[in-house]
Design a protein around this ligand. Structure first.
Ligand code: 13P
Length: 341
């Protein structure tokens, strides 16, 4: 393992002004997104859609540091035969790959999940590296509900995340470690804070036990935020203040960077939260976005599967990428959104 090189990549992934495009929806998830815009989820439509994003030159070269791909996409070529991975590299962004194989029910723990995909991971990582991937992603899911999460689910998922991270570093790939505490419930922000703190502490304990070099990884956490169904929604300032307090308490400064998931927040909320956090600096790590839905909802709608809408889709993507790029420096203002509209 070359830690200097891993650290260089991790640092580039979270460089100020840029963030990560999570375009790694599994076939099931992208079908849901396409259903919502009335587009059939064929291999070609998935390719055309992602090619549109990766060819959005301004957005990709100025605001996107890396792109997380799904297995199908990393092997696909653009219409003109250029591998999609090359388009990403040519824009100056770093290609990455989602390597987990989804979740399964965790035995003895009703309602809880464990992420799977470790079995042949070492061989798969080798192939992904040869194809150009320089970082990977693995997502663990922790749900908040009555009596959950159990300590069992937290430790099994933390152990698995650390197994994955160690395998990545041995293959010279930067692991994005993503323990996602879902925001789907009716819990308040303080319960989210408490659960996320337990999850992060356990995850870093496992990373240390399994000798993962913190300097060569990126953390992808949820924010401390109210559950979607909670009657009392925390303000932007409260989310920012509690999230930074939580991360300072749980994430060692050796970690080069933190890149948030959007997790079901609206586009503008996700941007406003990141921006507000940067008003609370200086921070010990790079802090940016690794959004899926919050970067893609607008371009998906603008595109709607029609070739004549490609330019509009790219404009919508560029706008969100720019807004989040500004937020990653604390330079976003809501008036910039209205101007674009
Ligand atoms: P969202 O930003 O849509 O939550 O997706 C990010 C991601 O990669 C989740 O694994």
């Amino acid at each position: 393992m070359n830690l200097t090189e891993l650290n260089r990549i991790a640092t580039a992934m979270v460089v100020s002004g840029k963030g990560i495009l999570a375009a790694d929806e599994s076939s099931g998830t992208i079908k849901k997104r396409f259903d919502a815009i009335g587009v059939e989820s064929t291999e070609q439509n998935r390719r055309d859609y992602r090619e549109m994003l990766f060819r959005a030159k301004d957005a990709m070269s100025q605001y996107i540091s890396g792109v997380i791909l799904y297995d199908e996409t990393i092997w696909q070529d653009a219409k003109d035969g250029t591998p999609l991975v090359r388009l990403i590299e040519q824009s100056g962004a770093i290609p990455g790959i989602k390597v987990d194989e989804g979740t399964q029910a965790l035995p003895m723990c009703p309602g809880e999940l464990v992420t799977v995909g470790l079995d042949r991971l070492a061989e798969r990582l080798k192939k992904y590296y040869e194809r150009g991937a320089r970082f990977a992603k693995w997502r663990a899911v922790i749900d908040i509900g009555s009596g959950i999460p159990s300590m069992t689910a937290i430790s099994v998922n933390a152990h698995t995340l650390a197994r994955y991270a160690a395998l990545c570093q041995a293959a010279q790939i930067v692991p994005i470690v993503e323990p996602e505490v879902l925001m789907d419930g009716d819990h308040d922000i303080d319960r989210c804070y408490e659960v996320t703190s337990r999850v992060l502490n356990k995850t870093f304990q496992e990373l240390r036990v399994q000798r993962v070099a913190l300097e060569g990884m990126v953390l992808k956490p949820n924010m401390a935020i109210s559950g979607k169904k909670c009657p009392k929604q925390a303000s932007v300032e409260e989310v920012a203040e509690k999230t930074i307090r939580l991360l300072k308490a749980c994430v060692p400064a050796a970690v080069p960077g933190i890149a948030f998931l959007s997790g079901g927040q609206s586009d503008e909320e996700a941007t406003a939260h990141l921006n507000a956090m940067h008003k609370l600096g200086p921070l010990p790590w790079g802090l940016t976005f690794s959004y899926g839905r919050a970067l893609q909802a607008a371009p998906q709608k603008a595109w709607s599967g029609r070739p004549e809408n490609v330019a509009a889709g790219q404009r919508a993507f560029s706008h969100r990428a720019r807004m989040n790029g500004l937020a990653s420096k604390g330079e976003w203002q809501s008036s910039l959104e209205q101007k674009a509209a």
